[in-house]
Write a protein that binds this ligand. Structure first.
Ligand code: UD1
Ligand code: UDP
Length: 384
């Protein structure tokens, strides 16, 4: 029996972890034992508990209750607490998702005490080191033993950084193995899509029309913390809503919500309040989010996960960042980079909404990435 410790902490990691936990439960329960550690990076019920309630993720064995804070203190507190758990549990490997401070903390804690790191979502790069996530990803990848990239681009990025495409077992931190395996979030989107149809009522509750609204999310630190950018984003959304008589649904991340009063102009706040088509709501559950993604006409987001989910549900996407790690979305033409630039956002919206020939090929695997990852963990991780 292989024992893994899975680290989760931020909203997208909790959702991603559902795919592996489901694969373990359904296919590998006699071969893999999973211990789940929640760092507590996200802690509001609608940023954490809701996903355990609806996605059948086993409850965490440990909650480190680290909470919010500056990067250094938050990450250091996590490293110390994760190390304590690893020393107690003595797992054969640690499983880390994505690029958050919880990911980095897991990587630092495990690699220093010689526990193999398995990184899911390896190799993604924005090539912009002013993003905290870019630093977290690079550091995590370079102490990993098994690196599972969801895209060919991610796999190639690893090769560019010196990883070898063909290595021989046994694998270790000094002889890592890299894979291109598809995206566990594609697994999840397929699996939960039908459940979302049956279990959610958000489209009716908000009186939304199929294909009649824009779904938006904004939480990236450079967008929330820089008033010029935040004002440009909200003004663009409000103008598009008024000019095109379109509803906007914006489930607002707590980071953004906490900064609106300070960083948004009073006039803009008032204009948005008077626009009954601009619906700013609390963060929604994943099943509700899927319903919104499936029923909207277009997505505008600075989220990594939401960009891809737009693509999975064949919706065009305006990316509210200067760049993206998911460059195949751009190459394919269904997503455009608009940054936080009012003109680019309006132009991108008009371009995409008018296009009738967008294509959405299967770029992110076959919906079985988590099963593949589990079988590789069983084959490649040595039980000491
Ligand atoms: C984090 C990740 C980011 C990811 C995002 C997913 C890092 C460096 N960033 O960003 O990559 O895209 O999660 O959502 O790890 N807050 C609450 N309640 C909560 C959680 C946060 O009010 O449950 C507020 C706090 O004011 C906190 C702020 O949001 O200071 C930021 O939270 P934090 O986890 O540090 O970063 P995110 O912006 O959420
Ligand atoms: N999500 C959600 N409720 C929301 C907003 C997002 O369930 O109100 C989901 C979304 O569907 C995706 C994930 O959260 O699966 C993305 O998380 P987020 O945008 O916070 O982080 P990122 O992907 O940018 O790291």
């Amino acid at each position: 029996m292989i024992k893994i410790v899975t680290i989760i902490g931020a909203r997208p990691q909790i959702i991603k972890a559902a795919a592996l936990s489901r694969a373990i439960k359904n296919n590998f329960s006699s071969q893999i034992t999973e211990i789940i550690v929640h760092t507590g990076q996200h802690y509001d019920d609608n940023m954490s508990q809701v996903f355990f309630d609806e996605l059948e993720i086993p409850l965490p064995n440990y909650n480190l209750n680290v909470g919010s804070g500056n990067h250094g203190k938050q990450t250091a507190t996590m490293i110390s607490a994760i190390e304590d758990v690893l020393l107690i549990e003595k797992p054969n490997a640690i499983v880390l998702y994505g690029d958050t401070n919880s990911t980095l903390a897991g990587a630092m804690a495990a690699s220093k005490i010689h526990i193999p790191v398995i990184h899911i979502e390896a190799g993604l790069r924005s090539f912009n080191k002013s993003m905290p996530e870019e630093i977290n990803r690079i550091m995590c990848d370079h102490v990993s033993t098994l690196l599972f990239s969801p895209t060919k681009t991610g796999f190639n990025n690893l090769i560019q950084e010196g990883f070898l495409s063909q290595t021989k077992a046994p694998y270790s931190i000094d002889n890592p193995k890299i894979y291109h395996c598809g995206d566990v979030m594609y697994d999840n989107s397929l699996f939960f899509s039908k459940i979302s149809d049956v279990k959610t009522s958000i489209i009716n509750d908000l009186k939304l029309k199929n294909n009649g609204f824009i779904l938006a999310t904004i939480h990236r630190n450079n967008n929330t913390d820089e008033p010029i950018r935040l004002n440009a984003l909200f003004k663009s959304l409000n103008d598009i809503s008024i000019n095109h008589q379109l509803q906007i649904v914006l489930p607002l991340h707590p980071r953004t919500s906490n900064l609106l009063d300070r960083n948004l102009s009073k006039d803009l706040v008032e204009a948005i309040r008077l626009n009954s088509n601009f619906k700013i709501i609390s963060p929604v559950s994943f099943l509700e989010m899927l319903a919104l993604e499936k029923n909207c006409c277009l997505v505008m987001t600075d989220s990594g996960g939401v960009q891809k989910e737009a693509f999975y549900f064949e919706k065009p996407c305006v990316i509210l960042r200067p760049e993206t790690e998911w460059i195949e979305l751009l190459e394919n033409g269904a997503a455009l980079i608009a940054d936080a630039d009012e003109n680019k956002i309006k132009f991108s919206f008009e371009q995409l909404i008018a296009k009738k020939d967008l294509s959405f090929p299967k770029l992110y695997g076959d919906g079985n990435a988590a099963v593949f990852i589990c079988s590789e963990i069983i084959s490649q991780i040595t039980i000491k």
